[in-house]
Structure formats: C-alpha cells, structure tokens
Design a binder for this molecule. Structure first.
Ligand code: MG
Ligand code: MG
Length: 269
C-alpha cells in the first residue's frame, strides 16, 4: 500500500532529509585518504544524535552502523571498517535519519585523490542519471518513466551496468515503503505518480557488468566482475509544482570544494 503524504508530513520528511544532507556535509569535510569508515561512522552518529535524531540504518534489520560505506567494487550496504581509505578509492556514503517519526535518505559517492579517468566519468554519469530520474518524478508520469530515463542514460548512452537487484523506494514513517522505484523500466509502464508521493531515487551504476552478489558479511553488495560501482540518492516528493527534492547535496559539495583531497563531481550531459 502506498501512503501519500500531506504537506505537513512532507515538511517533516524534509527536516529529516536536511539532517541527512548536513551529515553528508560533515563526511565531506572529514573524508580523505588515511581516514577509516569507522571514524566517519562515529562522527556521523554523534552529529545525528546531537540533533535529537536517530540514525535511520543502525539496527535496521540488524545493520550495525549509522552509515553504509561502500568503496570501489562495493555497490551498497557496506559496513564501516577500520581499514583506511587510499588515494584512488571511490567511496559511496549512504545516510538515513529518523526524526519526529519520519525518515530521510540520501547518498553520495566521493572520489579520493587520484581516481582513474574512466571511474570519474562513471561518477559524473551516475550523478547525472539521478537527475534524469528526478526530472520524471512528476504527476501523471509513471514509475517506468523514471526507470527508463536512468536506464537509457546509463546503458544505452554509456554502456554501463544498471543494478537490478536493488531499487529505490517509497519513504516516510518507514525507511522502505511501497512503491519500489527501479533504476530500469519501460516508459509509460508502472504505477502512475500522484501528488504527495515521496520516493528515494537512487541509481546504482556499475562500470562493467550489471550483475552483483552479496559478500560473506551478509550485507555488502559487490559487483560480480569486481569493477567499480557508483551510487547517488535523493529523497523526492511528487508535487503539483513538479519534483521537490527534499534532500540536498549542497552541503557535501560545499565541503568538497574546501577539501583538497576530494575531487568534485561535476555533472556531464
Ligand atoms: Mg540511502
Ligand atoms: Mg534509499
């Protein structure tokens, strides 16, 4: 069942998303070669709790951390570790917050130090694919329009692999609600979008093959060919005025501008 949100509920989700976005900003200030995922995770958890909120992922189906931290061939759901990041790593940080009964959810993939050009290109294209999807999150469109826009851009235009096993989702009082929001699909097919629908759109795009598998930690999803994967996510409300992006990458991008060890991801078209 799909829960359409009232204006008041959308503002509560926006507030949770703002805290998520500021947490990603904090991560953007701290992340660099030499730091560990566990250090980032501890800082993110303190920051969220200092704002009288609760980490959205910690304890969710037993997930042990505040952030999902997934580097290189890890697609999503990576567990923060004590192993320092290196120059050349790409690191996807996914953050969820629960505050005043509503969740917010967003993700960003960082490029640390000297990242290979073809991998930088993957990051730019995945970020652009997110906005291709968001453009289609409007009243009267269908879920298939969002998926088709992302899939065509990633697969047809760039020959990347679009992950099938993991999808975006409705969000509100639950971290994951109906409907599922796949990053693939057919234009004109699927559920029709109505005012008040709030969804997390989150393309997971692989440099190589689309196939993934779960690692032995029973959480981390990795590409089957061990090639890198990128992930960007926003929480978006479908409104009469058009797509309303409730989360923001503004804070993380400001932080990256002032962080000499992290490369900016400028969207290519
Ligand atoms: Mg997320
Ligand atoms: Mg999500």
């Amino acid at each position: 069942m799909i829960f359409y949100k009232t204006d008041e509920e959308i503002e509560l989700i926006r507030a949770s998303c703002l805290l998520v976005s500021k947490t990603l900003g904090l991560v953007g200030e701290m992340i660099k070669p030499g730091i560990t995922g566990k250090e980032l995770d501890r800082a993110a958890e303190s920051f969220i709790r200092d704002h009288k909120a609760v980490p959205g992922f910690k304890g969710y189906r037993g997930f042990p951390a505040t952030l999902c931290i997934s580097k290189n061939e890890q697609v999503v759901h990576g567990i923060p570790s004590d192993k320092p990041f290196k120059s050349g790593d790409i690191v996807s940080i996914d953050c969820g917050v629960f505050m005043d009964d509503y969740y917010g959810d967003a993700a960003y993939t960082f490029a640390l130090g000297e990242v290979r050009e073809e991998v930088m290109y993957l990051l730019k294209a995945t970020k652009a694919a997110l906005y291709k999807g968001i453009e289609n999150a409007k009243i009267g469109s269908r879920l298939g329009d969002i998926g088709d826009a992302i899939q065509q851009y990633a697969e047809r235009d760039h020959s990347y692999g679009v992950v099938r096993e993991l999808v975006g989702h409705g969000i509100g009082r639950n971290l994951h609600e109906a409907p599922e929001v796949p990053n693939y699909g057919k234009r004109g097919k699927g559920h029709k979008l109505k005012d008040g629908l709030v969804i997390a759109i989150e393309p997971m795009i692989n440099l190589g093959r689309k196939e993934v598998r779960q690692a032995t930690d029973n959480w981390t999803i990795i590409t089957i060919d061990k090639k890198p994967s990128a992930h960007y996510e926003h929480t978006v409300a479908v409104r009469k005025s058009g797509p309303d992006i409730l989360s923001s990458h503004k804070f993380v991008e400001e932080a990256i501008k002032n962080n000499p060890e992290i490369q900016e991801i400028s969207i290519k078209n």
